[in-house]
Design a binder for this molecule. Structure first.
Ligand SMILES: O=C(O)CCC(=O)C(=O)O
Length: 245
C-alpha cells in the first residue's frame, strides 16, 4: 500500500493527462505514481478554495443547492484524481456535499461515536488499511461500524460534519465538494482554510485537558493513574446525546 505523498506543481492539462494514464513517460518518483488535485485558495495560507474564483470558466456550471444558503457556504473545492487513490479516514468540521462529476468512488463512513475505535491523531485515523486492518495494533477498530457506498457520476453524498470518511477512487475522477458552516460563525476558527480545524470551544477544551494532564505529572504514578481515571469517568458520565437503541 502506498501511504505517502509529495506536493508538486504541474500545468493543469498535464495533471489531467497523467491522472488518466496507467504508466507515465514523465513522472516524479515512478512511472505508476498516482495524482490528486485538491484545489486551494489563491493564497492557501489565508484564502479558502472556491472553484468559482480559481476556475472562473467553470463557475457557470456550479449551482449551489437552494437548501444550502449561500452566505453559509465556506468553500467549493475541485478534486481530480487517478484511479485507486485513497484518502485516509478523516473528519471535517463542517457539513459537506460531495458531488461526483465523473468516475466512480467508494466512500466508507464511520459515525462520530466511533471516534474512540479509530485511533485518531488530530483529524485523521492511524488505521490506514481499513479493508485489512492490523488488529494486533488496532484491536478496537473491529468495533467500528462502516457505512459504505459507491458514488457514480452525478451522485451527491451528504457527509455531515464530524462523520469520518475514507475515499478511494475506482476510476479517474472529477468531483466537487461544498462545505458550509452549519454552526454559528463565531464558533469556527477564522484561520481555518480547509474546514478541518476543530471549533474554538473544542480547541480550548483540548488545551485545558493538556494542562490538566501536565498538572497530574506532579504526582507519583499511582496517584496520577488514579486521578486520570477519575477524570475519564467524569467525562464518560456526561451523556450529551442519547445512545441509539
Ligand atoms: O472525493 C474525494 O476525493 C475526497 C472527499 C473528501 O475528503 C471530502 O469531501 O471531505
Amino acid at each position: 500500500m502506498i501511504c505517502f505523498f509529495l506536493h508538486r506543481t504541474l500545468p493543469f492539462s498535464e495533471l489531467v493527462k497523467r491522472a488518466n494514464e496507467k504508466k507515465h513517460e514523465q513522472y516524479f518518483l515512478n512511472a505508476e505514481e498516482k495524482y490528486y488535485l485538491r484545489s486551494l485558495g489563491d493564497d492557501p495560507r489565508k484564502d479558502v478554495a472556491d472553484i468559482r474564483s480559481q476556475f472562473p470558466e467553470l463557475s457557470g456550471d456550479i449551482h449551489l443547492p437552494i437548501y444550502c444558503s449561500s452566505d453559509r457556504v465556506f468553500s467549493c473545492v475541485l478534486r481530480i484524481g487517478s484511479p485507486h487513490v485513497q484518502l485516509w479516514t478523516h473528519y471535517d468540521v463542517m457539513d459537506n456535499l460531495l458531488v461526483q462529476v465523473t468516475g466512480r468512488k467508494r466512500v466508507v463512513l464511520f459515525n462520530p461515536r466511533d471516534a474512540n475505535n479509530l485511533y485518531l491523531t488530530g483529524d485523521k485515523s492511524r488505521v490506514l488499511d481499513i479493508d485489512s486492518p492490523d488488529l494486533s495494533l488496532f484491536p478496537r477498530f473491529s468495533r467500528a461500524t462502516r457505512h459504505e457506498c459507491v458514488l457514480e457520476p452525478g451522485d451527491v453524498l451528504f457527509i455531515p460534519a464530524l462523520w469520518f470518511h475514507n475515499v478511494v477512487s475506482v476510476d479517474f475522477g472529477v468531483a466537487v465538494n461544498v462545505f458550509w458552516q452549519n454552526l454559528d460563525e463565531k464558533l469556527y476558527d477564522s484561520r481555518d482554510t480547509y474546514g478541518n480545524k476543530d471549533p474554538l470551544p473544542a480547541q480550548r477544551a483540548q488545551q485545558i485537558l493538556d494542562r490538566a494532564l501536565k498538572t497530574l505529572e506532579e504526582l507519583p504514578d499511582e496517584y496520577r493513574d488514579f486521578y486520570a481515571r477519575r477524570l475519564v469517568s467524569r467525562i464518560e458520565e456526561k451523556s450529551y446525546m442519547a445512545e441509539p437503541s
